[in-house]
Ligand binder design. Structure first.
Ligand code: SF4
Length: 373
């Protein structure tokens, strides 16, 4: 379906997003990039499912070294997620058509350089290599200065951050960029994207509900946000983030296309009554940082074991790595973030303890019962 929105078209290799181009459906490899065979398999699965674009994350020189072997023989347009290491842009840009940077992660390195200078540098690299950019804002990784300025109003902070970064790129006349503003709560995704779109109706938007979790809830959360936004002409490309086994990652594309087909045909699914009441489990979709593939199984075990708390308004977060896990579990009542051999259990921002993959669900249930009581 074509959006009715008046964004400017941007080019990503042979693809166009924005303007009246059809909505593009994309996804991301969930495996460690250095595991060449597994990541090539992800590319195969996603392209066979019909992905228009596939994203791969790099976080180290070793990831960059693996990239050429990972992508050899694939013709699907590729985007690289720069995660926390924006300086890798110059090493990966020659291989791909798009770079995604997270404004909330630019402060980690070269602290003496301003964020605006770093953005200019990324844009220069992109321009020299004919790459588009995505300004990828995420509620779980807001830049510290925006957190300070906006306090608990994450939506306002996310929108302000996105608008400021657009201004940095506009200033140097870099035009091939889009923006994403993601949260795990679809209601906040709707609110933030509406606000951003009102401020910058010209900028193409990548839609997504981050850490939507496992089907069917993960699909419902995503559908809620996409139905509300796309039907109002907001959104030019989308990614569905689901916590599913790596072999099933094609589901992200299938679900994305199904939602688009339903919206185009006027088939809107009403949100099940009470969907936002009761236990909410959020889980990341996994990416190159995932520490142990048991993470997916663990998320499923957590879902099963915590059914006893279905009626309680609590949030449990299950995250796949030590980089984003600690921060992205802070707002949950109970959080699990995975290391290579152990899983860390948190109550709010406080650490309860570290457990083996076999023991952690029991420890979680102990904490859950205390909360319920
Ligand atoms: S929490 Fe870690 S493993 Fe999960 S998607 Fe985010 S960065 Fe990747």
């Amino acid at each position: 379906m074509a959006t009715t929105r008046n964004t400017r078209p941007i080019r990503i290799g042979s693809l166009t997003i924005g303007g009246d181009a059809p909505m593009m459906v994309q996804s991301m490899a969930a495996t460690r990039t250095q595991d060449v065979a597994a990541t090539r398999r992800q590319l195969e699965i996603l392209t066979s499912a019909g992905a228009d674009l596939v994203r791969i994350a790099v976080d180290s020189a070793a990831d960059v070294a693996a990239l050429a072997a990972v992508i050899e023989g694939f013709s699907v347009p590729l985007s690289i997620d720069l995660q926390e290491n924006y300086a890798l842009a110059k090493d990966v840009a020659p291989f791909v058509q798009k770079l995604r940077y997270n404004p909330g992660h630019l402060h980690h390195h070269e602290r003496n350089k301003s964020v605006e200078d770093k953005v200019r540098w990324i844009a220069d690299v992109a321009q020299a290599n004919d790459c588009a950019l995505r300004i990828g804002c995420n509620a779980g990784s807001l830049a510290p200065d925006y957190k300070q300025r906006f306090g608990d109003d994450h939506t306002a902070a996310l929108v302000a951050q996105a608008v400021d970064h657009c201004a940095f790129l506009d200033k140097i006349d870099f035009r091939d960029y889009c923006v994403s503003i993601k949260d795990s709560d679809p209601r906040l995704v709707i609110e933030a994207n509406k606000k951003f779109s009102a401020e910058r109706p010209d900028v193409p938007i990548h839609l997504g509900v981050t850490e939507a979790g496992m089907p069917p809830d993960g699909v419902i959360k995503t559908r809620i946000a996409f139905e509300q936004l796309i039907s109002q002409g907001i959104g030019d490309t989308l990614r569905v983030s689901l916590t599913v086994p790596f072999e099933d990652k094609g589901q992200e594309i299938v679900v994305g296309r199904q939602i688009l087909a339903d919206i185009a045909a006027g088939r809107f699914r009403s949100v099940p009554k009470g969907f936002f009441d009761g236990l909410n489990i959020i889980a990341c979709p996994s990416c190159s940082r995932v520490e142990n593939e048991r993470f997916i199984e663990l998320a499923q075990e957590v879902k099963e074991a915590t059914k006893i708390a279905a009626e309680h308004d609590l949030t449990i977060a299950v995250m796949g790595c030590r980089v984003n896990g600690p921060g992205e579990t802070d707002d949950a009542d109970l959080g699990l973030w995975c290391g290579p051999k152990t899983v860390n259990l948190k109550r709010g921002t406080e650490t309860v303890g570290t457990y083996s993959y076999d023991e952690v669900v029991e420890a979680l249930m102990g904490e859950l019962k205390v909360l319920i009581d």
